[in-house]
Design a protein around this ligand. Sequence first.
Ligand SMILES: [Zn+2]
Length: 127
Amino acid sequence: MKKFFFKSAKINEFRLWGLVSTMLGMLVMILGTAGIVFWGEAGRIVSAIFLVLGMIVLLASVVIYFWAGMMSTSATALQCPECNKQTKMLGKTDRCMFCKTMLTLDPNDATEFAQEEESHPAPSPTN
Ligand SMILES: [Zn+2]
């Protein structure tokens, strides 16, 4: 699966990165504010830079969330064959949001995957 590098469902992945960048942005802004408290006048420029950086990261997280929302509306809703839960997949290949099973809409990939599964043959009966 060279086309596929996400370890979880793509929507979950995007939500995770959105959350991470929100936290990061807030942390940077807190550090910037701390700059004023600890260094007074001298820290003012540094804290201004930190506040702007924090704002950019927070804006980026909003964009990521928005993007994830846009993508989840175009996602294919289907029932997972493994855990029978209703899940969403992006593109032709994605993982189940719950059990992380590989799901594909592409019959070629499906054949490839099936062959992979068959590469562990059942033990042949011995006499
Ligand atoms: Zn599942």
